[in-house]
Structure formats: C-alpha cells, structure tokens
Design a protein around this ligand. Structure first.
Ligand code: BG6
Ligand code: MG
Length: 218
C-alpha cells in the first residue's frame, strides 16, 4: 500500500536541470572542452564533484585537486546566480497541484536530492512546509545510484521503501530507487528511463489516486 512519495528536486519539481547544464557547459568550454545535452543526461543526479570528474574525463583533462575545488566552487557560484530569483513560476507544470492533492489525501511527502542547494530552493519556492523529510546532498555520503538518499527519506517519513514511490528524472535515481525496493516513477522520456516501474511525461492533470491504481497493477 502506498503511503508516501519521495521526490527528486532538479528536473522533477523545478526546472533547474537547465541551470546545472548551463553552468557545467561554461566550465567545460572554459577548460577548452565541451558538454553536449546528450552527455549532460549522464550528469543528472550526480553530485557536484562527481559531475566535474565526469566532465574532465570526457574531455581528457587532468587538473590538480586544488583546481578542481576552485572549479566546483565557480560552477556553484554561476548556478546560484541563475537560481537567485527562482520562484514558483519555474516549477514544472502540474507538480504543485499534485503535491497539494497528496497532502489533502494525507500521503507523506519527502525530498531526496543530490543537490546541496535543494533545501534553499524548496524555501525559495515556498513549498518546504509540504516536505516532512528533506534529504539533500549535504546529508549523504554516497551519490545516486546508491539508494542512501531515498532510504534516509523513507526513514524520515517513518515508512518502508515498499510503501513509497520515488519520482525521478535521472537514470541513476531510478536505479537507486529500484535497488532499495521503492516503486520508481520516471518523470520524462520512457525511452531514457527504461528501468522505471512506470514513466510519466509530467504531472499535468495527474491525480495521485489514479496513478497509484495504475502502479498497483504493474
Ligand atoms: C542533482 C542534479 O540534483 O544535484 C545534478 O541533478 C547536480 O545536476 C547535483 O550536479 C548536485 O547539485 P549541487 O547543487 O549540490 O551542485
Ligand atoms: Mg533530477
């Protein structure tokens, strides 16, 4: 029986994936390399340092640890500027209504994000009060596809993974959820999120109970 939902943030609740991409692409170009939209798909759900390592490897660039720390900080500064004035208009279509419906029906709601900026963003969007458990990149030691972030979320909601749905836009996040026995719902393209229990294009006109009925048949 489904009792709660754990949401990834970037690309599920809010349209920030494009800001992460823009900030990393600037770094890649600055280093004389590149980062395509397709390559960026692999960065979704990956920690800040993990993302930098991926970009460096992709472009055959080797730099010192000190330089890496500087670049990661530079990326974050650029990202923070892009999200400075973020508000509910940047939320993905239908998600706020979906969250409100969940709350009304007494489902528990949690956050499971790799981003160290996730809680700041929830606050900027003025939706933090909906989330009983808020797990972000500062609270985990292992990145997705390790399920730590979602397991901590389920613990915070006092639920078993089998009672929770994880909503994710990244392949790594879906793998993480599946590994720990959550029901995974991919948000995006079903040809990309092939491992998800079920894939939705988005939350527009989505009724939680209708979705849960479909999931119980899967
Ligand atoms: C994830 C994003 O949610 O958070 C990644 O999908 C991002 O693109 C990661 O790199 C870490 O974010 P931050 O804000 O801690 O640099
Ligand atoms: Mg995401």
């Amino acid at each position: 029986m489904i009792k709660g939902c754990i949401f990834d943030l970037d690309g599920v609740i809010v349209d920030t994936a494009k800001f992460h991409f823009k900030s990393w692409q600037d770094i890649a170009v600055q280093l004389g390399g590149q980062l395509s939209l397709e390559q960026n798909e692999k960065l979704k759900g990956v920690s800040r340092m993990g993302s930098l390592d991926f970009i460096l490897k992709l472009n055959n660039i080797s730099i010192s640890e000190e330089e890496k720390i500087k670049l990661a900080a530079q990326k974050n500064e650029c990202y923070l500027k892009l999200i400075e004035n973020i508000d509910q208009s940047e939320m993905l279509p239908g998600i706020l209504d979906f969250i409100k419906q969940l709350k009304k029906e007494n489902y528990k709601i949690g956050l499971g994000s790799a981003s160290r900026n996730a809680i700041t963003i929830l606050q900027k969007l003025k939706i933090d009060h909906y989330f009983e458990a808020q797990i972000d990149g500062n609270m985990v030691t292992k990145s997705k596809p390790d399920p730590e972030v979602f397991l901590k979320g389920a613990k915070g909601l006092e639920l078993d993974p089998s009672e929770c749905i994880v909503f994710e836009d990244s392949i790594k996040g879906i793998t993480a959820a599946n590994q720990a026995g959550f029901i995974s719902v991919g948000v995006g393209d079903k040809n990309t999120l092939t491992e998800a229990t079920y894939v939705i294009e988005g939350f527009t006109n989505l009724n939680p109970n209708d979705l849960f009925k479909i999931l119980s048949r899967n």
